[in-house]
Structure formats: C-alpha cells, structure tokens
Design a protein around this ligand. Structure first.
Ligand SMILES: Cc1cc2nc3c(=O)[nH]c(=O)nc-3n(C[C@H](O)[C@H](O)[C@H](O)COP(=O)(O)OP(=O)(O)OC[C@H]3O[C@@H](n4cnc5c(N)ncnc54)[C@H](O)[C@@H]3O)c2cc1C
Length: 372
C-alpha cells in the first residue's frame, strides 16, 4: 500500500491536547495532520459517566482562539465539552477512525521525514510527531482485584455510566479521588455504598466559589515545574494523584457513604476485608484507581522509546524528548504545570511545542541555505 506523506507534523490524538497543538502549529503557518482513533474528536469525554460535570468553571475551559460556550461560573456537562471539542476540531485537519499502532525512525529520512507511523489506514511519514493520546487511555486496577469472588461484579470508573448499569446490592468504590467520591455520592442515593482509600487534600469550596480567578492564577502560574512549590506538587501529584475538587469526604458522608481505609485484602470467600469492619457483602466493586501509562507502541523508536519515570510516564523537557529529535508530547500529567492536563491549561503547552517545532524548522532551513 502506498504511504501517506504529511509535510510537517503528525499529531496522534484529537482530544483537547492534540487539537491545541494543531491550532498552535496552524497559527504559525505550519502544516500538520491530526490522526484520531475514535469516530469523532473529543470522544473520550462522551464515554465518561452520564452525570459528569466539569470541576473547572466554564471561563477556565477554553482552548486558544475559541471561548467555551457556557456562562462564567457554570460547570458544563461532559456532552457540552465533547460538542465544543468537535466544533473546535472542525477548523483543523483532523482524520478520525485512524489508530496509530507503531512509530519508528524513517529509513534514510525519505523525503525529509524523520518518522514512519503504522496505522489502521496504512503507513504515514512525517517530519515531526506529537503524541497527544491522553493520560487516561489505560485504566489501572490493583492486583487485589484478582482475589475477589467471581460473584462480585467489577468495573473500572472509566466504564461506569450510571447506577442502572449495576446489579442490585451494595457497592464498594475503591479509590477516593474526585472520580471515586463523585461516583460514590451518586450511587448512595438508592443503595449502600462504601468508599475505600486515602482521602487526598480537598481544595476548599469557598476558594473555588469566591476567588476562582486567584485560584486559577495560582494553579497555572505558581504550580509549574519552574517553581519549588510546583516541583513538590508534581511529585505529590505523580505519587498520590490530584487533590479533591468540588466534592469532599464530608459531602460523601452526608450522602450516606461509609469511608474505609485502602482495600488491600480479601477473605477466603473473595469478599473485601478491612481491619475496622466485618468482610463486606457487596455486589459490585468499582475501581476508581486511576490510570497507567500505555506507550508500548513507541518501542521501535531509538532507545526503545522515550525515557520513563518510576511509574512509566515519559520523561520530557516540557514535552520534548532530547534523545529523539522531532518527537514531542502534549497532555502528559504535569508536563509543565498542574494545568497541563486541563482544558484551560493545555493550550500553553501546545503553543510551547509548536514554537519548538517552528524553531527546529527554522534551524534546518538556515543549515540548508548556508550549506548551498
Ligand atoms: C473523570 C474526569 C473528569 C475530568 N474533569 C475535568 C475538568 O473538570 N476540567 C478539566 O479541565 N479537565 C478535566 N479532566 C482532565 C482532562 O481534561 C481530560 O482527561 C481530557 O480528556 C484530557 O485530554 P487529552 O487530549 O490529553 O486526552 P484524551 O481526551 O483522552 O484524548 C486523547 C485522544 O487520543 C486518541 N488516541 C489514543 N491513542 C491513539 C492512537 N494510538 N492513535 C490515534 N488516536 C489515539 C483517543 O481516542 C483520544 O481521542 C477530567 C478527566 C477525567 C478522567
């Protein structure tokens, strides 16, 4: 099959990160093509649970060049986000239904391309590649799940949609981050619910309600890899996950949820056990235990792919991989700051990466003209 040559950059993934990168490249007059595995841009939002509302107010959810269409102070639903991303993508060169399955160096830099991409629509070549496949593509479920009785229905929070999809009976939500707490509160309306896990720091609601601007300035300008406080927050974020936003343990307890420590063991009958109470007879366990990196498809790159940290996330310099020139990331957790994975923060990283791609192109051009 003949290959597809893209003059410029291929961006893998048309979520907010890939779209922000494409917008910034186009704003600089640079060619790019976004390849998206799903049938529409922003699909990852549609797949999340039905009642999900953003924890960031609408005025901090805009991508560069297009304001989020919702009143200030409102918290849009997930469908509004997906619609907004689809509209944003309409101005950009996005091809949907194409999954990238591998990336390798392009032999002999054919036609100036540095990379060859294997995809479900054949081979593509490109000078630069931006990986924007998101931080939530591979759900993480701890090993203790394997010991649970086969009679207990198990699912990850990424597969949770609404209470009606679950069998009758009590539910244990394992993992007490924002997703776990929100799901536990929803389920507690008509069944018994336990929430297991360490409760992260809770951002006081008053801060979000009365000083959202100051809060946004703090998380976007202070909590970055440039500041000592930001670097500490990055370490905590990687080790323990993000803070609780818009919901708290008190909210969950008011809704009737019982809080327990981390789930670490099951009894002989495969029931969850905790030191503080008898084994739980639940019909369902929901793992709200976060996500793990999923970059095996980059292993044909030099060095087996980018270097990774202790948890397997690519280690980059603000999204660049010095050992693999031309390979970039956007949308990694704490890539530059706390807001790197947020709608209102990813534009800054996309713009930075586009600036670096433009600078490298200028250098190549200068080298070619001075050699001729
Ligand atoms: C429950 C939940 C609530 C959140 N709430 C908020 C909030 O209130 N405010 C906020 O700002 N942020 C929020 N976020 C964080 C963040 O905004 C989202 O996770 C967002 O989806 C990240 O965007 P992304 O573009 O990095 O990744 P994604 O949205 O996951 O997009 C990545 C895209 O890449 C595609 N892809 C993956 N692999 C390939 C491949 N090999 N080939 C081609 N395409 C591929 C996927 O199909 C997907 O469309 C929330 C996240 C979660 C999980």
């Amino acid at each position: 099959m003949a290959g597809h040559q893209v003059d410029g950059t291929i961006i893998v993934g048309a979520g907010q990160a890939g779209l922000a990168a494409a917008f910034a490249l186009r704003a600089r007059g640079l060619e790019c093509q976004v390849l998206e595995a799903a049938g529409a841009p922003g699909e990852s939002w549609r797949k999340r649970w039905d009642s999900l509302r953003l924890f960031t107010p609408a005025q901090y959810c805009s991508l560069p060049g297009m304001a989020f269409p919702a009143p200030r102070g409102s918290f849009p639903g997930k469908g509004q986000v997906a619609d907004y991303l689809a509209e944003y993508a309409a101005q950009l060169p996005v091809t949907t239904g194409v999954s990238v399955t591998g990336i390798a160096p392009c032999p002999g830099h054919r036609n100036g391309a540095a990379f060859t991409l294997d995809t479900t629509a054949g081979e593509f070549t490109a000078r630069d590649v931006v990986i924007a496949t998101g931080a939530t593509s591979a759900p993480f479920v701890p090993a203790v799940a394997g010991g649970l009785s086969a009679a207990i229905h198990q699912l990850h929070s990424s597969s949770y949609r609404n209470p009606a999809q679950l069998p009758d009976g009590g539910v244990l939500v394992a993992g007490a981050g924002t997703s776990g707490v929100e799901i536990a509160i929803e389920l507690a309306r008509d069944r018994e619910v336990w929430l297991a896990g360490r409760i992260p720091f809770h951002i006081p609601d008053a801060v979000l309600e009365h000083a959202p601007g100051a809060y946004w300035q703090f998380i976007s300008k202070v909590l970055t890899r440039r500041t000592p406080l930001g670097r500490k927050a990055a370490r905590d974020f990687t080790a323990q996950g993000g803070p609780l936003i818009s919901v708290s343990l008190a909210d969950a307890e008011r809704a009737g949820v019982t809080h327990l420590p981390r789930l670490e063991a099951v009894d002989d009958g495969g029931r969850p056990v905790f030191a503080s109470c008898p084994p739980l007879d639940v019909s369902t366990v929901i793992w709200a235990t976060g996500y793990q990196p999923d970059y095996g498809w980059l292993r044909a790159l030099p060095g087996g792919g980018p270097p990774v940290d202790a948890r397997g996330w690519p280690v980059t310099v603000r999204g660049e991989v010095p050992a693999i020139p031309g390979l970039y990331f956007v949308g990694l957790p704490f890539q530059y700051g706390l807001t790197s994975t947020l709608l209102g923060g990813v534009g800054r990283d996309g713009d930075h990466i586009a600036g670096r791609i433009a600078a490298a192109a200028r250098q190549r051009f200068a080298a070619t003209t001075s050699a001729s």
